[in-house]
Design a binder for this molecule. Structure first.
Ligand code: SF4
Length: 298
């Protein structure tokens, strides 16, 4: 017997899925359910944004479903007993997955994909599920991914020809501002993501100092380097050195900076030592210049 159709939209809180959901509601398109999966590491401003959109969704008579994995991010990161670890592994017998990397994104699988897939599987027992996904018209690279080849998927933004910029402009025109998150970051994902760029980490430390402190704490309680062989503490020390040298008018774009950074991370110097040395070097240079014989004068 043919199962009834069930229309479900995936909503992450980001600009694309927000635009898709808001516009579908505005157009009166049929949606039975909108699902949001919380990784437990969303920015607080993102959770407040999700709550605002949720109110509109529910006021429109559409079911809003919040999904979560069995445990939160912190538990899997620091405590979970990872199976299949080989005895030869340096992490054998140690608790927690440790930070994800490009090759092993356990957090995406454990906290998002498998949770959403399990929910969809339940729905498919009784329905033919049509899933709506917010991929913009200028995001062809996302369409090429295996997970986005499913014939039951629909991509309204692409049908409307809406680019990422169009999606953002539409949300902003409706009064959504994510409390400034998109003014700081181009993309908004888990605040603790180890795949963030250097620039994004710097901004996290600058604009969200309380989250940065939590990141330092999490990092100290798990088993892997955060990124490229460096700990969050290493990044913290580098950012502090950059800030202090810049404030004091010293360059951070020369070989000297990287030599100093290496000494700092190897515990061979402190930020204060380095600042003092730089000031002394400038003072010595000025003294030498002042006492040098003048050329080209009689
Ligand atoms: S955004 Fe980063 S931390 Fe969050 S689930 Fe994806 S890879 Fe993991």
């Amino acid at each position: 017997m043919e199962k009834p159709k069930y229309h479900v939209a995936s909503f992450s809180g980001g600009k694309d899925s927000t635009a898709m959901v808001l516009r579908m509601i505005e157009l009166g398109e049929h949606l039975d359910e909108i699902m949001f999966c919380d990784t437990s590491m969303e920015f607080p401003g993102m959770l407040r944004h999700v709550d605002k959109v949720r109110q509109l969704i529910e006021a429109s008579g559409i079911k809003f479903t919040e999904l979560r994995a069995e445990h939160d991010f912190e538990y899997y990161l620091t405590t979970y007993e990872a199976e299949n670890r080989k005895p030869a592994s340096e992490f054998y017998g140690k608790p927690g997955y440790g930070w994800a990397g490009h090759k092993s994104r356990w957090c995406t699988t454990t906290l998002k994909t498998s949770v959403i897939d399990a929910h969809l599987k339940d729905l498919r027992e009784n329905y033919e599920v049509i899933q709506y996904i917010g991929i913009a018209a200028d995001e062809d690279y996302r369409m090429d991914r295996k997970g986005n080849q499913d014939p039951s998927h629909r991509h309204p933004l692409r049908d409307w020809g809406w680019s990422e910029a169009d999606a953002m402009a539409y949300c902003r025109s409706k009064g959504y501002d994510w409390e400034g998150l998109y003014d700081i970051f181009k993309r908004v994902s888990c605040w603790c993501c180890p795949l963030k760029s250097y620039d994004e980490l710097r901004k996290l430390r600058q604009f969200f100092p309380e989250l940065w402190e939590r990141l330092l704490d999490l990092d100290s309680r798990q088993i892997k380097k955060f990124q490229h062989g460096y700990s969050v503490r290493d990044f913290d020390r580098r950012f502090e050195l950059e800030d202090k040298l810049t404030e004091a008018g010293h360059s951070i774009k020369n070989r000297q900076f990287f030599a100093d950074l290496k000494r700092l991370l190897d515990d061979e110097a402190t930020t204060e030592n380095i600042l003092q040395e730089r000031s002394t070097a400038i003072h010595d240079e000025q003294t030498r210049s002042a006492s040098a014989p003048l050329h080209g004068t009689e």
